[in-house]
Design a protein around this ligand. Structure first.
Ligand SMILES: *Cc1c(COP(=O)(O)O)cnc(C)c1O
Length: 250
């Protein structure tokens, strides 16, 4: 199937899941996860109506951004961010989904102050503990949000998580429920400058479940662009190998 057809299929699935969750299809924002995808194929996806491009590695993203910056698209960063890449990530990112520690927030704020601008961010939570090394622990998320909110260049707009890689739907759902619960607690706190608009959760294998559990931003790669050759371990180090993951996803 073509990228356009894949996008249409994904949109249809999103619409169905949204309806099931009592939401409107337009309430769900589709973010295209474009790691390893060549610029020309990303361009094809943008022209087929995909409006948000999301990358995991700063250098890879910058190269693609140079080629595609005149296309009508928003650029998000969804990978692990090292502080020495902040200057570069700010050259292209309209939003960062992966703020997961105060030291990173502090450095982002310093650079943004120098540039005289603000940035939309999400706080990444590690809802699957054992699987991923990145993301703040669920029990520390509220505190990180409160402390990050003191930096007025950082506009906190919600949370992001990567669900557990398993065929066990109950366990996947649990990750999403944890994120939703943290979100609701943060909303209750009514923290100044925090506007919890987005729950970024759900990928090709689990976005329908995520939407049922409250996601309004889903990050989808494989279902639009096909399988990747580069192992995902290169993008998110984890205890599990890609072979383990492939077995789980069968
Ligand atoms: C690659 C990636 C996705 C999309 O994964 P697919 O399974 O290909 O849809 C979503 N979020 C993050 C953080 C990613 O790295």
């Amino acid at each position: 199937m073509s990228i356009k057809e894949n996008l249409e299929q994904v949109r249809q699935n999103i619409a169905n899941a949204a309806t099931k969750a009592g939401k409107k299809p337009d309430d769900i924002i589709l973010v295209m996860a474009t790691k390893t995808v060549e610029p020309e194929r990303i361009r094809e996806a943008i022209r087929a109506g995909g409006h948000i491009v999301a990358e995991n590695k700063v250098q890879e993203a910058l190269k693609k951004y140079e080629v595609l910056k005149n296309e009508d698209a928003e650029w998000h960063f969804i990978g692990h961010l090292q502080t020495n890449k902040i200057k570069d990530v700010l050259k292209f990112a309209d939003m960062i989904h992966s703020v997961d520690r105060l030291s990173l927030a502090e450095k982002l704020d310093q650079r943004l102050q120098q540039e005289g601008r603000s940035l939309d961010i999400l706080v990444q939570v590690n809802t699957s503990h054992e699987e991923s090394k990145y993301g703040v622990a669920p029990e520390e998320a509220l505190s990180l949000v409160k402390q990050t909110a003191r930096y007025d260049t950082l506009k906190i707009h919600g949370l992001m998580t990567i669900g557990l890689f398993t065929k066990d739907e109950v366990k996947i759902r649990k990750c999403f429920k944890v994120l939703k619960e943290i979100n609701d607690n943060i909303v209750k706190e009514g923290i100044d400058r925090v506007d919890m608009k987005y729950l970024s959760m759900g990928m090709s294998g689990d976005y329908q479940i995520a939407i049922e559990e409250g996601a309004n931003m889903v990050r989808i790669g494989t279902a639009i662009f096909g399988a990747r050759n580069t192992p995902d371990a290169y993008y998110w180090p984890s205890e599990k190998t890609d072979a383990d993951r492939a077995k789980q996803m069968e």
